[in-house]
Design a protein around this ligand. Structure first.
Ligand code: SF4
Length: 361
């Protein structure tokens, strides 16, 4: 028989007992430093835990305090972040550190509302930092928690709608205990990650099955409800590898562009009617003021963003008409390691430097 949530004490007890036994051993669970917890939570916004662990260690090794992060150049932060994607998060975290130093005396704020005023910090991150680092009894509703709560209460509405998200947040807030809310929030997240799985929830192994409305109605497999995913369009893109006396022509991608803030080979999306050779002539002229001619393919790569996919190709190109590429930057090959580069461009460059790989296309 299903137990009600009117008095959630039994539910919390069952969940926390399970968590004490089965919690995931993650590096940010061994610290009470609010800065380290903020770094972890920003990292995990769109990253799998397994991938996030390595980057968490790298970031804290390179920037062990909020002051060291605030003092860093944006390029240094992006270099450590390189390969993780969603580069806006890195730039936001950097600016958040600067605000913490400038406005909050170097202390990560405790109040969730103040936390939310920092760049890149939304309700989830604010709730996670406030509850885990400071013991503030507020919910931290990420994708895992949304799924668990929507099933516990058999929420039938589309969970991507703002009204449904508010409802789920209210439900989650009712469940959070005054005592150790951080452990409770992490227990809900772990339940979502290990037991209440997206496609096949493992209800037989679930510690809170007696409180689950979706399970009691047999609808757990069809929740949470989300709209059908739209097809991600594939767009052709081309990039120019121009080398002169051991230096590579690079441009810095605009902050608002895809892969914004990173250094890149000049190029980008082709127009529907363009072949790569034409598109490269146009793009390199626009971005660097140089005239180039594409000569040989260097490599290809498919890169998926949240809303589109690039079918990207790179071509070794030659400057024509003694063009000087005044708007680009010529970077010696040996200095590429210090710059935050579009990761698949780094692959193109590495391969182009390896004479044993002459068939790249
Ligand atoms: Fe999820 Fe099943 Fe547990 Fe309900 S009983 S919370 S659906 S795993």
């Amino acid at each position: 028989m299903r137990r009600g949530m009117e008095d959630p004490a039994g539910f919390r007890h069952a969940l926390l007992a399970w968590y004490a036994d089965r919690r995931r051993d993650l590096p940010w669970r061994h610290t009470s430093d609010p800065y380290a917890i903020l770094v972890a939570e920003v990292l995990l916004q769109q990253t799998r835990v397994e991938t996030g662990e390595a980057y968490y260690r790298r970031l804290l090794e390179r920037f062990p305090s909020v002051e060291s992060l605030a003092d860093a150049q944006e390029e240094e932060v992006l270099r450590v972040w390189e390969g993780l994607g969603y580069y806006r998060r890195a730039r936001h975290l950097h600016r958040a550190a600067q605000e913490i130093v400038a406005k909050h005396e170097g202390r990560v704020p405790r109040d969730p509302e103040v936390l939310e005023s920092l760049p890149g910090v939304g309700p989830y991150t604010a709730g996670a930092v406030a509850s885990i680092a400071y013991g503030v009894p507020v919910p931290a509703v990420d994708g895992n928690v949304t799924r668990v709560v929507s099933r516990l209460y058999a929420v039938e509405e589309d969970v991507t709608r703002t009204t449904t998200q508010r409802r789920i947040r209210r439900k989650a807030a009712d469940l959070v205990p005054a005592q150790d809310p951080g452990a409770f929030n992490q227990a809900l997240m772990d339940l979502g990650a290990q037991v209440c799985l997206p496609r096949r929830p493992r209800c037989a192994a679930c510690p809170v099955t007696s409180w689950c409305e979706a399970r009691s109605r047999g609808v757990e497999g069809s929740l949470p409800r989300t709209p059908r995913r739209k097809e991600v369009p594939t767009v052709a893109a081309a990039f120019a590898l121009v080398e002169r006396e051991g230096r590579i022509l690079l441009v810095r991608r605009e902050a608002d562009d895809l892969l914004g803030g990173l250094w890149a080979l000049p190029g980008g999306e082709l127009r529907p009617d363009e072949v790569p050779e034409q598109g490269l002539r146009r793009l390199v002229r626009e971005q660097c003021g140089a005239a180039v001619r594409a000569e040989a393919p260097v490599g290809s790569h498919r890169h998926t963003f949240s809303h589109r996919r690039w079918a990207a190709r790179a071509f070794r190109c030659r400057l024509v008409d003694k063009s000087d590429a005044g708007k680009g930057r010529w970077v010696p090959r040996e200095e590429l390691a210090d710059l935050p580069l579009v990761p698949f461009h780094r692959d193109f460059l590495d391969r182009s430097a390896d004479p044993s790989l002459d068939d790249f296309a």
